[in-house]
Design a protein around this ligand. Sequence first.
Ligand code: CDP
Length: 237
Amino acid sequence: MANKDIELIKDGKRLDGRRFDELRNIKIKAGVLERADGSAYLEWGKNRVIAAVYGPRNLHPKFLQDPTKAYLRCTYNMAAFSVEDRKRPGPDRRSVEISKVTADALRCVVMLEKYPNAVIDVFIEILQADAGTRCAGLAAASVALAHAGIPMKDLVSTCTAGKIGDEVVVDLGKEEDNYGEADVPIAILPTKKEVVLLQMDGKLTREEFDKAYELAVDGATKVYEIQKAALAMVGGN
Ligand code: CDP
């Protein structure tokens, strides 16, 4: 991961000019698809993401039904044209992992017990990838679920932090993710600051991890405001 030949931070400024605690530009629009029950389009730096929700509807085959709650499943997919080298279409180890951790995080907020025997499908399509797509996808999916009118305890807000050179910074860009020392994506329930996803790639000391955690939670709290604003705009524009 680390590459000492690339200077990722110089005089306190990162490659794209951001400070250590500055997020990339984020825009979210809820309600972008006619045929989904809920949807959202999200831009996060150069990431471009669509999230679509279908359901709740009856789950088939029937033996998969749970009479006590709905089954929430998630499919994270990267378009073939979303990355520099063409991505081979279809699921791979990475997309299966991201689908799983995303579904696990969303199951913490969706009130699944309200829909016995049902399924809620969440689709995340990465149209353009530039590091941090699991966070971008999860943030968009949570807005799409709220847009679908599905009862939730909270939104899920996300952000990464990590280490580039000797500095701990928020929201790694592509070069920072590729050549940095470590990357920590998190997802929280913003009102209670409860963590529903936390992963780490690379190595951090305990102190560095604490700093990264704090920066990522602050970043996710800013993302929460953008998510709420996107939902407030629905029907208004
Ligand atoms: O996207 P995220 O940071 O959540 O996950 P990652 O596995 O750490 O991937 C980091 C970045 O690598 C992605 O956002 C893409 O920009 C890039 N990538 C790629 O170029 N080709 C792939 N097949 C997978 C990822």
